[in-house]
Write a protein that binds this ligand. Structure first.
Ligand code: HXC
Length: 259
């Protein structure tokens, strides 16, 4: 598939892939084609054995300023039902490899939701997060009311969703929306640093651990604990587990192969 609205580098750094949203004039507004491309790119990278961690980013001005309002404006409820764009979002969420959002500038509406669909967020000091849909007479539709609430709690989620206010990177950090805030010049470098750290781990353990953390979002505690336990046992079916533990005992660095 040829990509028109994203740039993909499967080998941006060893074992690290980069997906860059690329509609700069529209502040990376997420049109339907862009999201289909994102789904396809992530599926390809997920299937690529060389890739161990994926970074999604935009540019300095915008991660993404939301779904494309111009494309949405004339749609009816039944149009949206037929387009079924959220199936695309569901597929993105199913990516097995860890995804880091490297956010600079605006991450609004669907842009904020895309960042939250990723597993971790590195924010530049200039980043601005918000769910401004309410100002357009609509509400978040790609998980904003759910993931934001789980990430930051009811009070702040309610305020952001009901007023559409933007919050800066520091505030986003304070309320638990992002992992860390870094100077604008290095936000991508910091995301790469984090990706490199994860890429050194056993890909099998990383996959099972990601799956287990995500399970906490959509299950009760007991169900989540059983799920975690099953994946914990599964780690012991990997050669990487033996390698990791032997390396510790032999006081050397482990070499994880994903088997
Ligand atoms: C389409 C957009 C856009 C968007 C910006 N643009 N955001 N086009 N959809 N979401 C376009 C503008 O129309 C303009 O193009 C160009 O990008 C630059 O934007 P400006 O508004 O001139 O920039 P600025 O004054 O710096 O303001 C930046 C901004 C503002 C505060 C981010 O653009 C803004 O409020 N954008 C909309 C944010 C928003 O409401 N997002 C939620 C969308 S709904 P032209 O050609 O006109 O100059 C949503 C629902 C998700 O996301 C549902 C699930 C998928």
């Amino acid at each position: 598939m040829e990509f028109q609205f994203i740039l993909v580098e499967a080998n941006y750094q060893p074992n690290i892939a980069l997906v860059r949203l690329n509609r700069p004039k529209e502040l990376n507004a997420l049109n339907l084609q862009l999201m289909l491309e994102m789904k396809e790119a992530l599926a390809q990278l997920d299937a690529n054995e060389e890739v161990r961690c994926i970074i999604i980013t935009g540019n300095e001005q915008a991660f993404a300023a939301g779904a494309d309002i111009k494309q949405m404006e004339s749609k009816t409820a039944i149009d949206l039902l037929k387009i079924d764009q959220f199936e695309t979002w569901d597929q993105i969420r199913k990516t097995k490899k860890p995804i880091i959002a490297a956010v600079s500038g605006f991450a609004l509406g669907g842009g904020c939701e895309l960042a939250m669909t990723c597993d971790m967020i590195i924010a530049a000091e200039s980043a601005k997060f918000g769910q401004p849909e309410i100002k357009l007479g609509i509400m978040p539709g790609a998980g904003g009311t759910q993931r934001l609430t789980k990430a930051v709690g009811k009070a702040m989620a309610m305020e952001m969703v009901l007023t559409g206010k933007f919050i800066g990177a520091e505030e986003a950090k304070n309320i638990g929306l992002v992992n860390r805030v870094v100077p604008d010049e290095v936000y991508l470098d910091e995301a790469v640093k984090l990706a490199k750290e994860i890429a050194q781990m056993s890909p099998v353990a990383v996959r099972l651990a990601k799956e287990s953390v995500l399970k906490a979002f959509d299950s009760g505690l007991q169900e989540g604990l059983y799920f975690e336990r099953k994946n914990f046992y599964m780690c012991f079916a990997s050669e990487d587990q033996k390698e990791g533990m032997n390396a510790f005992i032999e006081k050397r660095k482990p070499v994880f192969k994903g088997n």
